[in-house]
Ligand binder design. Structure first.
Ligand code: GLV
Ligand code: MN
Ligand code: MN
Ligand code: MN
Length: 403
């Protein structure tokens, strides 16, 4: 059984080469999804607007202070699953549709939001839309970010008809949020083990993205003797191979290299530069910093052994988030009649809710994922559990909009 609201957008951004879906900020797939979202929201009678940071808002009632805001993101990782992001957006639309069809009259404004570039798949910074909106990332830094084809964020916004000079901290948009609730597919098997279709988030592991850049000497693959090389690929490979042992020495921490870029990237060319893209996470931010420091030292040693140099560049950082227990209690109370006591669990995945929790009351609802897999096509949630997620979100919205 498939969850019909997601089936409706399943053809948008399917990646025939990688499998799954590839939807990256303002690429054709993302634009098609954004258009779909605006159309669907307007069908429901909501007023849509795109803010200065490319986040889309769909309002029920006049935008104003103390609004209840719910939603997630539409973009994906390369070859990602169907649920990470869109589930929170389509569930929000479903919940609003239900409330409107029953003649419910909200006592506060409500908005469904689709945040821009949560995955950071195009510009390498996770939660770009919420970081810009909140000011967590200054626009001056963000606008110069470049995608794999060399286009800057400023150019990308401009081409989409958004004024890059207006991007950045948006106190007006932020001050309207009285409560932010993000529903998301769980990205592990916590709810399977707890035997519950839905749960509430306790905390998010602090995490960041770094590039370990190795510089060597570009040269000819055939004409350069092995002993004469300064090959940054060899230094990079030795570093990557040693990273799991470094992370395993710090229980609970995670370090991943899911992407490597060789420059210039020719089969018959010894690379002049290799960039190793590192994702590191831990519950304690000091531990994440220590892990990255140890990997930096490891890289320097392997670089030196190969006649190369290495340096570290930080691309993205989000400290550990502890969601406000009082806000979570409010959600738990709303869920109690339909769900009993819902489990509360942590997550290792980042979310716009994590960024926004620094600024506004924020909570997250998770939906069970029997595969435990995420950021890959095997990511899964049953239709029954997705509908339970819509029920949960509807209960939470009803309780908060009636107050
Ligand atoms: C986002 O899903 C992340 O945790 O990288
Ligand atoms: Mn994700
Ligand atoms: Mn997500
Ligand atoms: Mn313009």
């Amino acid at each position: 059984m498939t969850f019909q609201p997601l089936a409706e957008i399943a053809d948008i951004g399917r990646d025939r080469e990688l499998g799954g879906w590839s939807r990256h900020l303002l690429d054709p797939a993302d634009r098609a999804l954004r258009e779909w979202f605006v159309g669907r929201a307007q069908e429901l009678g909501l007023q849509t607007e795109v803010d200065v940071n490319a986040n889309i808002w769909a309002w029920w009632g006049e935008p104003g202070p103390d609004s209840v805001v719910t939603g997630s993101h539409l973009d994906s990782v390369p070859g990602g699953g169907a649920f990470d992001g869109p589930l929170g957006v389509v569930s929000a639309l479903e919940a609003v549709g239900r409330l409107r069809s029953t003649g419910f009259v909200p006592r506060r404004p409500l908005a469904v939001v689709a945040m821009a570039e949560e995955e950071g798949s195009r510009f390498s910074v996770a939660c770009l839309g919420s970081k810009l909106l909140s000011g967590a990332l200054p626009a001056e830094r963000a606008l110069g970010l470049r995608d794999r084809d060399g286009f800057s964020l400023a150019e990308t916004l401009d081409r989409a008809g958004l004024a890059p000079e207006r991007a950045g901290r948006d106190p007006g948009a932020l001050s309207r949020i009285g409560l932010f609730v993000e529903l998301h597919v769980e990205q592990g098997r916590g709810l399977v083990e707890l035997d519950s279709p839905v749960g509430l988030a306790s905390n998010i592991l602090g995490h960041g993205r770094w590039r370990v850049v190795f510089d060597g000497e570009g040269n000819h693959a055939g004409a350069t003797r092995m002993q004469d090389r300064r090959d940054p690929m060899v230094a990079a490979a030795a570093t990557v191979a040693a990273i799991p042992a470094v992370a395993m020495a710090h229980p609970g921490s995670r370090a991943t290299v899911g992407r490597v870029r060789a420059v210039p990237g020719g089969t018959n060319v010894i690379a002049s530069r290799v960039e190793v893209f590192l994702d590191a996470r831990a519950e304690e931010d000091l531990l994440t910093r220590r892990l990255v420091h140890e990997i930096t030292e490891l890289a320097a040693a392997r670089a030196a052994e190969n006649g190369c140099s290495s340096r570290l560049v930080e691309d993205s950082w989000l400290p550990t988030v502890h969601f406000d227990p009082a806000v979570r209690e409010g959600l738990a109370d709303a869920l109690a009649p339909g769900f009993g006591t819902v489990p509360v669990l942590p997550t290792g995945a980042g979310h716009d809710a994590g960024v926004l929790s620094e600024y506004v009351p924020t909570a997250m609802i998770f939906v069970r994922n029997p595969s435990g897999v995420s950021h890959a096509p095997a990511e899964w949630a049953s239709a029954e559990d997705c509908w339970a997620g819509v029920d949960a979100l509807t209960a939470v919205l009803t309780a908060h909009l009636a107050a």
